[in-house]
Design a protein around this ligand. Structure first.
Ligand SMILES: Cc1ncc(C[n+]2csc(CCOP(=O)(O)OP(=O)(O)O)c2C)c(N)n1
Length: 348
C-alpha cells in the first residue's frame, strides 16, 4: 500500500507520541500497524468470498481499524468486550485465533457457535469477548450488568460497551448510561461513530453537537476522539481505563470514523451517500494515516510496509484455506450446548 498524498496527516512529533504512549512507542505503533493491516486484509478477502458465494454474509470494519486495534492493545485480560457490529478485530488482537474466526465465518462444524449465529457474530469466550447481538443497543445494558457484577464481587476488570451512532437512539443507551452513572460502575461506553446507521446520517440521528456531549447529562465525562488516529484513540482509552480501574466510575468515548465500505454485504450505499463521501473517507483512512506518519518518522520504510501487507494477506489466506471445506455442523449439534447438565440430582 503506498501512502495517499491526500491523506490528512497525524498531527504529532515523535516527542508527542513518546509522551502519550511511552518510550516503547515505535514498537507499539509497529504492532498496531500490523494488526490494522491484518484487519484490512481480512475485510478485503471476506468481502471477495461473500461475492463468490463462499460465505453468506459479511460486515466490514474498514475505516474503524484504529479503534479496534487500540482497544485490543490497551485493554487487559480481565476486561470484557461487548461489541457493537464491527469489533471482531478486537477479539483477534486480544488473542482469539484467526482460524477459529474463519471457521465461524464459514459457519461450519468447528465454529464455536456451531453455525447458529450470522457470520461476523463470533463468541470468543477465552478473551472475554461476548457474543454480538444484531439487535441494536442490547449489549449496552448487558455490559452495564456485567460491570455491576464485577463491582459486587470486587473483581478486577472494566466492561467496554461498543455501539454505533445509530444505537445512541436505543432505549438501552439511556438505561445503560443512567444505571452506570447512578451506581458508579467500571464501564466505558465506546460509541463507534462511523457517521451512518445504514442510510441514516448522524444529522438525522441527533440534534446534539457530538454524541459525547450526551454523557455530561448522565453525570459522567464524555470525550470525542478522532477515531481514525490510533495515537489519539490509544491515549484516550488508556486514560479512561485507568480511571475506571481506580473506581472513578463510567465514561463515554465517541470515536469519530468514516465508514469506508457498505453497511454490510447486503447494502448499496451509492443510493444514499453523497458523491464526495468516498474521497472524504479515503483522506481519513486510519491505516494510510498511520503508515504515512510511520514513514515520515523513519519507523517504517516502503519495503517494510509492503512486506507487512504481504504477510497479512498470506495469514488470512492460510486461515481461510485451513477452515474452508470443513463440513457443516452435524444435525445432532442442534440440541447440544443448549442446556447445562443438571448436577442437582433432582427430577424436574
Ligand atoms: C433494534 C433494532 N432495530 C433496527 C435494526 C436494523 N439495523 C441493523 S444495523 C442498523 C444500523 C446500526 O447503525 P449503527 O448503530 O450506527 O452501527 P453501524 O452499522 O454504523 O456500525 C439497523 C437500524 C436492528 N438490527 N435492531
Amino acid at each position: 500500500m503506498s501512502p495517499d498524498p491526500s491523506v490528512v496527516p497525524l498531527p504529532y512529533t515523535a516527542d508527542d507520541v513518546a509522551s502519550l504512549l511511552g518510550p516503547d512507542w515505535p514498537e507499539l505503533l509497529r504492532t498496531g500497524y500490523r494488526w490494522m493491516r491484518l484487519g484490512r486484509a481480512l475485510d478485503s478477502r471476506m468481502q471477495g468470498l461473500q461475492r463468490q458465494g463462499r460465505v453468506g454474509f459479511y460486515g466490514a470494519a474498514t475505516g474503524q481499524e484504529a479503534v479496534n486495534v487500540a482497544t485490543g492493545l490497551a485493554t487487559l485480560r480481565d476486561d470484557w468486550i461487548f461489541p457493537g457490529l464491527r469489533e471482531q478485530l478486537v477479539a483477534l488482537v486480544r488473542g482469539h485465533s484467526l482460524v477459529t474466526y474463519a471457521h465461524h465465518l464459514f459457519a461450519d462444524d468447528r465454529d464455536p457457535g456451531r453455525g447458529r449465529n450470522m457470520p461476523c457474530h463470533p463468541t470468543a469466550r477465552e478473551v472475554q469477548y461476548v457474543s454480538m447481538s444484531s439487535v441494536i443497543g442490547t449489549q449496552i445494558s448487558q455490559a452495564v450488568g456485567l460491570a455491576y457484577g464485577l463491582r459486587q464481587r470486587a473483581a478486577p476488570g472494566v466492561s467496554l460497551a461498543f455501539f454505533g451512532d445509530g444505537a445512541t437512539s436505543s432505549n438501552d443507551f439511556h438505561a445503560g448510561l443512567n444505571f452506570a452513572a447512578v451506581w458508579h460502575l467500571p464501564v466505558l461506553f465506546c460509541c463507534a461513530n462511523n457517521q451512518w446507521a445504514i442510510s441514516v446520517p448522524t444529522s438525522r440521528q441527533t440534534g446534539a453537537r457530538t454524541f459525547a456531549t450526551k454523557a455530561a447529562e448522565y453525570g459522567m465525562p464524555g470525550w470525542s476522539v478522532d477515531g481514525t488516529d490510533i495515537v489519539a484513540v490509544w491515549a484516550a482509552l488508556r486514560g479512561s481505563l485507568a480511571r475506571a480501574r481506580e473506581g472513578r466510575g463510567p465514561e463515554m468515548l465517541e470515536f469519530v470514523t468514516y465508514r469506508m465500505t457498505p453497511h454490510s454485504s447486503s447494502d448499496d450505499p451509492s443510493r444514499y451517500q453523497p458523491p464526495d463521501w468516498s474521497a472524504r473517507a479515503l483522506s481519513h483512512d486510519p491505516v494510510a494515516r498511520l503508515e504515512a506518519w510511520l514513514r515520515t518518522s523513519g519507523v517504517l520504510d516502503p519495503s517494510g510496509a509492503e512486506a507487512i501487507g504481504r504477510e497479512c494477506d498470506a495469514e488470512v489466506r492460510s486461515a481461510v484455506e485451513a477452515a474452508e471445506g470443513t463440513g457443516p455442523p452435524l444435525p445432532a449439534s442442534l440440541t447440544e450446548d443448549v442446556y447445562a447438565p443438571d448436577r442437582s440430582g433432582s427430577r424436574r
